[in-house]
Design a protein around this ligand. Sequence first.
Ligand code: AMP
Length: 281
Amino acid sequence: MLPVKTILDARNLLKHLQQEEGSLGFVATMGALHEGHLSLVNRSVNDNKFTAVSIFVNPTQFNEKHDFIQYPRNLEDDLEILSPYPIDLIFAPEALEMYPEPDTRTFDFGGLDKTMEGKQRPGHFNGVAQVISRLFDIIRPDRAYFGEKDFQQLTIIRELVRQLDLPVEITGCPIIREADGMALSSRNKHLTPEQRTAAAGISKALFLARDLAGKLPIDKLQEQIISLVNDHPLMQVEYFEIVHEENLQGVRNWSEAGGKIGCIAVQVDKVRLIDNINFSS
Ligand code: AMP
């Protein structure tokens, strides 16, 4: 299927679809597609009559220009990967199509965007909110699918939808991992074989954290996990936080009510990776 490059063409195609009855599912991606993305596409295809996928490396969510330039892009490969799926629209605009003028909107997500990724990557979630609200406005999906791999992003998108009162249902989908536990990510493509082997230690540390949950005080567990990962000379932990899954505020005691999640960001040489583990599952 050929990608649609303009908003006008996307809207025309969608108008055509809407003449038939049935829900529209949507998966937003930045391309460099892998099984993690495909799990969202599969879910959308199963849940809905129509599915739209976007491929757009959104400049406004990158707080580092170098990271934006280096981000892997290969539209040809992505189209090939999507070709077996019954997708009704692949929307792959250029940046100027999405932002003919600079997007100056600012969002406030309360405490949700002040911690973890929000703290380490200033402006990142504002950019995410800009592009997702814009994509929702263009595609107008009934349902949209996001990975729990980016747990904080998923929480913020739910809040965005709540704040703007958008008529879209957000579904979170489980993290897809390699056989050794490593979470799939487009950024894994940048890892050398040696770094890739080291990076498997991130998910191993998270699985250990799950085993130790409730058995060690929160701060001791954090220390243990951070030093386990940092013991590897190629890896440096940016943060490992244990937070409440609803409000992303730090958990002080395992006895506190509600779901808890451990989120980690690790610099593996120049490649920054994130992962998380749900302590309730
Ligand atoms: P990205 O292309 O990195 O912006 O990701 C697009 C969507 O795919 C987001 O909702 C991600 O959370 C999701 N995603 C990325 N990696 C995975 C994974 N390993 N498992 C499940 N979903 C993922």
